[in-house]
Design a protein around this ligand. Sequence first.
Ligand code: NAP
Length: 299
Amino acid sequence: MATILDGKKTAEEIKGEIEEQVKQIKAQGGKVPHLAAILVGNDGASETYVNNKVRACEKVGFESSLLRFDENISEEELLTVVEEVNANDDIDGLIVQLPLPQHISVEKVTDRIRPEKDVDGFHPENVGRMAKNLPAYIAATPYGILQLLKRYQIETKGKHCVVVGRSHIVGSPMSILMAGSGYPGDATVTLCHRYTENLEEFTKRADILIVAVGIPGFVTADMVKEGVIIIDVGITRVEDASKKSGYRLKGDVDYEQVYPKSSFITPVPGGVGPMTIASLLWNTLLAAQDAVYSGIEVE
Ligand code: NAP
């Protein structure tokens, strides 16, 4: 029977550890970590995500600032805000909730964040450092997956890890991290995407299958081998008349079908999702200690 990789429980443990560290910092009169989040416009989903992050900060004892702007803010004005946050010593970490309105370049904005405050790990300097196996802020979802593998003591060395999806926030960094040296890593990695021919030939050979495509139920039982370890990143709302909301969240893996064949599997919801927020908090804690750029070893 498969072991369920309980992201909700693991994230609570991590948040408990962070809370404990914040208490100690406060007791010693140290600086409380402070995360700032920029939100542009009134997109409902973005608002929910950003509010969850702010609430999570409050729960662990961090300070947080939500910087809200009208969707008509110009790119130049937004870049000025980023510069102001960069210069504000009280703020340790800055995130920009995506998507941004069309007239604003995501690249320009994320590239303007000081790498030392880039707790989302999207700045090219952090991406480059990650690729070179140097200490870096690692994007929250891949970092959360690493933590999950670690806390369930899943062996990765020498395993064949197949990643499906090559986005900059999930698939691509995940493939680099799993191929990197050390634990979790040292895996042999195959990165698949839209143009991969005969996808199932690769997924069937996976010891560890990480799926981030955004198509609910995409991976079916006939695409995996017995004993596979499944990390399902996908979160899509699908209609469900039995729910009060009228929808439920579904992953990229057909859970019911694939569960009996797997040795470990993340549920959706309650798998990778909660780990993402816990990892953002962890990165913010590191930023407050300047741990990454001062060379202190990052867990
Ligand atoms: P994305 O930017 O849309 O990327 C999707 C990737 O899937 C692309 O690389 C695309 O390939 C690939 N793809 C699409 N159709 C495919 C197919 N038929 N066969 C193989 N590959 C295919 O998505 P994302 O941001 O990585 O997110 C993926 C999913 O994870 C979404 O459901 C999202 O909501 C979820 N997510 C969850 C969390 C979390 O915290 N749990 C965090 C982030 C994202 P091409 O590059 O060739 O187009």
